[in-house]
Design a protein around this ligand. Sequence first.
Ligand code: UT7
Length: 313
Amino acid sequence: MGSAITGWGEALPDHVVTNDDFASRLDTSDEWIVARTGIRERRMGGSTSELAAEAGRAALKVAGLEGSDVDLLVLATTTPDQAIPATSSAVHDALDCRGGAFDLNAACAGFVYALVTADALLGIGHHRRALVIGSETLTKLTDQQDRSTAVLFGDGAAAVVLESGARDELVVAYDLGVDGSATPLLYADHGGYIHMEGREVFRRAVRAELESIERVLESAGARPEDVALFVPHQANVRIIEAVNQRVGLPMERTALVLDRTGNTSAASIPLALAEAADAGRVSEGDLVLLSGFGAGMTWASAVIRWGRRGVGR
Ligand code: UT7
């Protein structure tokens, strides 16, 4: 028995911060930020649990479900509201879910890690409906006076509902990995701000994502041309273009939101997926490729089959 994505939704804070807002107080410009990253604006505000609950509520609405129908909640986040308890507790309470809930931190690869984990737990058969959320408030971890990181990150959340009982497997193939020796390249200490060796992270990100995509496509027995939609982590459009060019995936079949959201870490892949699903860019039976990389350095790719055949309600 497989599972299916039956709902999706997003939550973005109302406050928009444009590149010109940064240029008015830092030594940067709209031209530099757009040319080097592809980012035009990002959102700022809210807490990780508030954004997660709002995204979860939106996803449940699309699925036609209530929070009490959910019996597993997985929240991917690098920016929990508190050290203790897990932020998923507050989200579980706000949505009135049942069953268990836990946070998962795999940085920008977190959503794919969470999706694969939830799908596997549904597959065991003890759960029927899972809510998988990526939610981040990275602006609070970013030194707003540091032009090299402040312009990159944004706040936001997105969620999907997974239901068991589908005829097809949701996760056709996946690839998860981490290289802990690269930790000094991207980290934030307790109480500190994000430190990133941007150029080296860029270089490794392209390589890690490329190799992970090659492995996952091979496991899925799929070729790049079989992928109806590619949903990459949204850190830098130049990384996405470099990966696409090497893999042979056209930008027309790629979901992009980073021009409007900046890098939202674990929220970036579900934000792009939710927007693409809302726009009708995925159909029953389509293969969708998800791929992310981030601090750790972690990476995660999955080939999923879109569609809800067999999930009858
Ligand atoms: O999601 C987690 C993973 N993170 C990432 O994937 C981020 C990966 N890295 C990147 O996206 C890029 O490396 C950055 C966008 C962070 C930087 O772009 P870059 O093309 O690699 O620039 P750079 O770091 O090599 O810096 C080039 C120049 C430097 O000046 P000098 O040393 O050449 O005089 C920087 O000081 O650009 C300068 N610079 C800026 N200039 C204007 C750095 N930030 C800015 C800025 N505005 N905001």
